[in-house]
Design a protein around this ligand. Structure first.
Ligand SMILES: NC(=O)c1ccc[n+]([C@@H]2O[C@H](COP(=O)([O-])OP(=O)(O)OC[C@H]3O[C@@H](n4cnc5c(N)ncnc54)[C@H](O)[C@@H]3O)[C@@H](O)[C@H]2O)c1
Length: 340
């Protein structure tokens, strides 16, 4: 049986003695208590003085100041597949990066890899926040001095968007509006926006160029097109430098194997080909299931334009360097070649 009664661990002499129902304290021990209290108070005062004098507390966070020669980029969705690769590339090129992510889709493992690679102060900070929360977003922009935003954060599964369209309009369209409003309010000068070839729908004529008309056919593509429209309309009366990049099918990973895509099991059914490849390669799923075998192609499977994620992030860094105030650049980012 377990004994929950108190055991007598101290010898009697060290404890307060009881005389006729009253607690009697040995006077010699009273002096000891007093000494201990004085010592504790002195140590506490010393600690407070040391903490106040500590340079790390007095000096502002490097993320909250503009430093000449340092470009501070806010990477939204930086815990995700493309955002984490973009962060790696930016850090390698000596940018200062703040990641904001609610970890709804990305993973903290990628952030830890990046933090371990770039542990120096002022290189990378991670903020766990939801871009749908106006108060959090305002706080992030007011407490940090960003020079540019790479806005990757989104839910990005075509199939899921048809089942839960409001989630897509909220997460993509409405959150982009909030990001742009805060960029305008806090004077952030450059925006690189993650858009998609899904904004084109199913055009008759191939290849798809930037001049191809946009007629999206699912809520994902429509939500992205609306976000693009918000950005373009805003830009007409703004000095912000904007680049809208419409990606095709992103594939691959960091050649050194440090980052990748780790799709959540519940999203597998919505099938993104990149995630399915990672799952199959890591043995998480028994193999790669090819969906769609009746396309008018030699083997009946779909032909897509695959772009390697490292080439895609290269395009982002170039876009950041070339972005011009008061101008909107719109670029398709693919290879221009279809592959099985
Ligand atoms: N992967 C592709 O093939 C592809 C193609 C075209 C466009 N895109 C676009 O690229 C961007 C990145 O896609 P990805 O493949 O890296 O997706 P991903 O799901 O791996 O990453 C998205 C990240 O955004 C975060 N996020 C989502 N909603 C958020 C919110 N409300 N607040 C904060 N963080 C939030 C997620 O947690 C995740 O880390 C998306 O905008 C997507 O639409 C991707």
């Amino acid at each position: 049986m377990l004994n929950f009664g108190r055991s007598r661990s101290q010898p009697r002499a060290a404890r307060a003695m009881s005389l006729g129902g009253m607690d009697y304290v040995d006077p010699k021990r009273k002096g000891n208590y007093f000494g201990k209290i004085v010592l504790a108070a002195a140590l506490t005062t010393l600690c407070i003085i040391m903490i106040r004098r500590s340079p790390s507390l007095n000096s502002p966070s490097p993320f909250s100041i503009r430093e000449p020669g340092v470009t501070h980029v806010l990477v939204t969705g930086g815990a995700g597949y493309i955002g984490s690769h973009a962060t790696l590339r930016l850090l390698k090129e000596n940018y200062r990066v703040t990641i904001v992510d609610n970890l709804s889709r990305g993973n903290l493992g990628a952030v830890r890899v990046l933090q371990n690679l770039f542990p120096e102060p002022g290189r990378l900070q991670f903020i766990y926040a939801d871009l749908g929360d106006p108060k959090s977003v305002d706080k992030i922009f007011s407490e940090n001095k960003f020079d540019a935003v790479m806005h990757f954060a989104a839910v990005a599964y075509v199939g899921e968007s048809t089942m839960d369209p409001l989630k897509y309009y909220h997460n993509i369209t409405s959150n982009t509006l909030l990001v742009v409003e805060n960029m305008a309010k806090y004077g952030v000068k450059t925006l690189i926006y993650s858009s998609t070839c899904a904004t084109y729908g199913e055009p008759e004529k191939m290849p798809i160029t930037e001049e191809t008309e946009q007629h999206p056919i699912n809520p994902y593509g429509k939500a992205k097109k609306m976000a693009e429209d918000i950005i373009i309309d805003f830009s007409k009366n703004s000095k912000m430098a904007v680049m809208i990049l419409r990606y095709f099918n992103v594939i691959g990973s960091d050649p050194e194997g440090r980052l990748g895509e780790a799709p959540r099991p519940e999203l597998r059914e919505h099938g993104r080909i990149s995630g399915a490849c990672f799952d199959a390669a890591r043995g998480i799923t028994p193999g790669l299931k090819v969906r769609g075998t009746d396309y008018k192609t030699p083997d009946g499977t779909c032909i897509r334009d695959y772009i390697d994620v490292t080439d895609l992030v290269d395009a982002h860094v170039k876009a950041l360097q070339k972005a011009t105030p008061a101008k909107v650049g719109i670029y398709n980012v693919g290879t221009g070649k279809g592959r099985f």
